[in-house]
Design a protein around this ligand. Sequence first.
Ligand SMILES: NC(=O)c1ccc[n+]([C@@H]2O[C@H](COP(=O)([O-])OP(=O)(O)OC[C@H]3O[C@@H](n4cnc5c(N)ncnc54)[C@H](O)[C@@H]3O)[C@@H](O)[C@H]2O)c1
Length: 353
Amino acid sequence: MKAIESINYSVFFENSLQELRYFLEKNKYSKVFVLVDSNTEIHCLPLLQDALGDIEFDLIEVTPGEENKNIDFCIGIWKMLLDFGADRSSILINLGGGVITDMGGFAASTFKRGIDFVQVPTTLLSQVDASIGGKTGIDMDNVKNIIGTFTQPKAVFIHNAFLSSLDQRELRSGYAEVIKHGLIYDANLFEKLKSIKPAEINPELIYRSVEIKNEVVKADPFEKGLRKILNFGHTIGHAVESYSLQHDKKPLLHGEAIAIGFICEAYLSAKKNKLTKEELREIVDTIKSVYPAYKVAKSSYKNLIELMKNDKKNISDKISFSLLSKIGACDYDIYCTEEEILGSLEFYSNFKN
Ligand SMILES: NC(=O)c1ccc[n+]([C@@H]2O[C@H](COP(=O)([O-])OP(=O)(O)OC[C@H]3O[C@@H](n4cnc5c(N)ncnc54)[C@H](O)[C@@H]3O)[C@@H](O)[C@H]2O)c1
């Protein structure tokens, strides 16, 4: 598959990670570091090692999970880089899901005022979304991605083989961002997804998803306007995700929370924008056929609204949304009242399959 050209870098679609090897040979870095978590060390590092052959690297390992995408683990990464003698001509290879690509990107973009990094995404979610577009970051005080930078990687290497060790739940989580790309940008993609289960996702759909994200990001790298459409489902989804991380024994995964956000924000799209009732029904039916119902407790509403108020898109205290005008198109900077938001949570809770 042809590489996709992004802002000053390429997204390669790999069969064997040979492009990554060429990239490292060509750039002659002083030192190579690979960031993994304990899962990607087991499932993904062997493939990377094979591809790199005799290129030497130092390994940095962190504990997996969103709860570890924080400053403490970041300090750990910076310390390792320092201890192993990283300089400004070193490179960090982020081998993992969105937690690794976000946190590794952030650690690299700030270490010694910025060293090169590349993304080797190993989950569906990170392949179709997190590794593309240069948003790096960590969470703080249960607020998602509140600390971070816009820094583009030097390249992204997408290898389908990594997905074979992902469990069904993780695949389903990543699938949410593919659905989002269809909903906000490409009705044809959404139509195709209606008959495809997460486990049936194929390289063509991944490619199309990356194309969409890349087109939007290239048009507006710093999220001054159009890029905000990528946040569809995320205002409410991020709040539900943060709440779940704090309160649930088995917290929601990112895509599962975002899928709840899609239903709530599709409801708001029908109320505040031009989405029709039929389209709303179509979206809700599709999401509910993939994602199990989750109980958003009434007692959590106040907390959820507070979390939404911390969303980076807001101006002052007003909660801002990106809402669909139809399936395949999205507007941004639409403000909703607390009553309207609570109405959307009720809509989610009351909707029966
Ligand atoms: N920067 C962005 O633009 C952007 C966009 C969307 C999401 N995100 C972020 O991405 C994160 C979610 O990403 P994620 O869903 O990839 O989570 P993740 O990185 O936590 O990965 C999910 C789990 O899968 C494991 N794993 C990774 N690759 C594997 C493989 N090939 N085989 C087996 N196990 C594997 C991980 O160890 C982890 O336990 C969130 O923090 C979210 O905020 C960022």
